[in-house]
Design a protein around this ligand. Structure first.
Ligand code: SF4
Length: 399
């Protein structure tokens, strides 16, 4: 056994740097690498990568091979196996939002999509239990539409900066300030806020909803809460005047027009796609803007070879997994709330049937009316897109 004095050890550490790894691993008083390795989440729960798990899951690995290394797979496969088994036992489905990491999205999600697609699935699924692999307002939406089902969210702290920006009491004050005007709420709000509004919208149908509600109420002004940038981007696509709340998505508000110019300089020929929660100066510089589904669809259908998605990072990863021939430039931003959901806590939620999301009945019924008003509208035949380039700025009144 190699013996070193403390001084010699530190001197060697400074001089030899990385080469010291072997010495440190086997030096006096040190455990072997195997003994020092922390147990994985699966091991801590007694879930092994045994022959049964291997046989049942190995064919799934190619779905995530660009994001999960072969070394990491034995730590992930047991969760996939046991989550899928628990889903059967509990008669449960996992609704996976596009912003979930690829392991959750591709390996355990029964329904995948944006908020609107997941809301529609929640309304029609026969399963007894819904596990919302998304954030809290999405789980509330599922509960509002499916009151007889048990809705679980793997981490109660999975919130949203938009949902946190406004309360039901705020909407009641807005109603007093602007009597006779309809209030449209983006689905990224609490049940309490939805209950005070006339109709919900998503980024897939925001312009359609605004024009519908203006015609129905016979007005030329509509209030949109809580996303200021979505409201501004809708205003550029309609003749209806928009009154907006000043809430922002903490992920999309970080992108700037300057980011787009820098991307174009560093990656010539890249097609720039932006989500409408981004500020208008981003859409001014982008090639295409649309909802989460529209972005994904555009990548598939446009024939673009090199793209950047100015949205949440996992969305970019999940679209990349579906489009293997397309190169993705990745200056994306992570949503810390979405990233609270993992295979580990989905497994725990199903095992212990925990964290149940409930909505008081009085609020649920009124919130459901607002959601149904949206779901009753005809489905758009094509994914609506937002204006890009010149003309993205339209006057908007801020509340
Ligand atoms: S990405 Fe933005 S809008 Fe979506 S959950 Fe995160 S903070 Fe909310």
């Amino acid at each position: 056994m190699l013996k070193l004095s403390k001084m010699a050890f530190y001197a060697l550490l400074v001089l030899e740097g990385p080469k010291m790894a072997r010495v440190i691993e086997f030096g006096p008083g040190c455990d072997s690498p195997a003994a020092r390795r922390k147990p994985t989440g699966a091991e801590r729960r007694g879930l092994a990568y045994d022959a049964e798990v291997k046989a049942a899951t190995d064919h799934l690995y190619p779905k995530v091979k660009d994001f999960v290394t072969p070394m990491e797979w034995p730590a992930i496969a047991p969760f996939v196996f046991h989550i899928n088994r628990l889903k059967k036992q509990r008669d449960a489905v996992v609704l996976a939002h596009n912003y979930m990491t690829p392991d959750v999205f591709a390996l355990v999600g029964d329904f995948r999509g944006d908020s609107l697609q997941l809301a529609r699935e929640a309304a029609v699924t026969d399963a007894k239990v819904i596990v919302q692999a998304g954030v809290h307002f999405m789980a509330e939406t599922s509960k509002i539409l499916s009151p007889d089902k048990t809705v679980l969210i793997p981490d109660m702290r999975a919130g949203c900066s938009l949902a946190a920006s406004i309360t039901g009491a705020d909407v009641r004050l807005i109603r007093k300030k602007y009597p006779g005007l309809p209030i449209v709420t983006y689905v990224n709000t609490t049940a309490d806020v939805k209950a005070e509004c006339d109709i919900t919208c998503t980024s897939s149908n925001a312009t359609q909803v605004v024009e519908h509600v203006a015609a129905k109420w016979g007005v030329d002004r509509v209030i949109m809460v809580p996303d200021e940038f979505l409201a501004r981007n809708v205003a550029a696509n309609t003749d209806i005047k928009i009154i907006a709340w000043k809430g922002h998505c903490e992920v999309h508000e970080k992108f700037t027009g300057e980011d787009v110019r820098q991307i174009r300089e560093a990656h010539p020929g890249t097609i720039v796609l932006a989500h409408p929660e981004c500020p208008p100066d981003v859409l001014e510089e982008a090639d295409f803007a649309g909802s989460t589904s529209a972005l994904s669809n555009h990548v598939k259908e446009s024939g673009a070879r090199k793209v950047v998605l100015l949205t949440e990072c996992s969305m970019s990863d999940n679209v990349a997994a579906d489009n293997p021939g397309v190169e993705f430039v990745k200056p994306c931003n992570l949503c810390p709330h979405m990233k609270r959901i993992s295979l580990e806590n989905i497994y725990d939620a199903l095992l212990e049937m925990k964290h149940e999301v409930t909505v008081p009945e009085g609020i649920r019924i009124r919130a459901k009316a607002a959601i149904n008003a949206m779901l009753d509208l005809p489905k758009p035949k094509v994914f609506p897109k937002f204006k890009v380039g010149a003309g993205v700025y339209a006057p908007v009144e801020i509340i």
